[in-house]
Design a protein around this ligand. Structure first.
Ligand code: HEC
Length: 165
């Protein structure tokens, strides 16, 4: 500062003295966020979750109950890939303006990644029972975040109980 001042007129020095140097602008974000959060949900997260939820289930028809579970390596790989997508989706929810805050939102996103991580292990060890349970935990991770940040997804509010007189 000393060096610069020597070359300035007194008037300029007075002007500059009151100004703290402005903080540098933040660097531009390297992330692409052209997809709205709703699109990430509908086009990335929901289809991946469906692969996991549809992979283990009981289908009840007139002929009886049919147990669905991954059979071939290709079936298991499909589940593995969907679980991997959901692990990374947790990260995708944390970036830039997708994150609604830096605490509870982050924890909710991490919960999704962690449940998906367990589903990934179940796919790698071809454990149908664990895969079913982790599908449930993934569902709970979705619902917990929606309960806090997307209350409109919880369905219409319950009818008020009739008043008995
Ligand atoms: C970290 C929070 C968070 C997690 C985890 C999360 N969601 Fe969402 N989800 C949201 C929010 C917020 C919205 C509302 C977005 C909007 O309307 O702009 C939303 C919207 C949706 C929608 C769009 C529904 C509609 O009609 O608007 C679907 C479908 C969806 N989520 C599915 C899922 C599934 C499936 C999972 C779990 C595998 C999941 N989400 C996990 C926060 C989350």
């Amino acid at each position: 500062m000393q060096k610069i001042r020597r070359f300035m007129t007194p008037g300029l020095i007075v002007l500059l003295a009151g100004c703290e140097p402005a903080p540098p602008p933040p660097p531009p974000s390297p992330f692409t966020t052209t997809l709205a959060l709703k699109q990430v949900m509908e086009w990335v997260i929901d289809p991946a979750a469906d692969v996991i939820w549809d992979s283990v289930k009981s289908v009840i028809t007139e002929k009886g109950t049919q147990e669905i579970a991954p059979q071939t390596d290709a079936d298991w790989n499909k589940v593995r890939d969907a679980a991997a997508t959901l692990i990374e989706a947790g990260n995708v929810l944390m970036i830039d303006d997708r994150a609604r805050d830096d605490k509870a939102w982050m924890a909710a996103a991490r919960r999704l990644s962690e449940a998906a991580g367990q589903a990934l292990k179940a796919a790698q060890t071809k454990n149908t029972a664990t895969l079913f349970d982790e599908g449930g935990n993934i569902y709970k991770a979705c619902s917990a975040c929606h309960a806090q940040y997307a209350q409109h997804l919880q369905g219409p509010p319950a009818e008020p109980a009739p008043v008995v007189k």
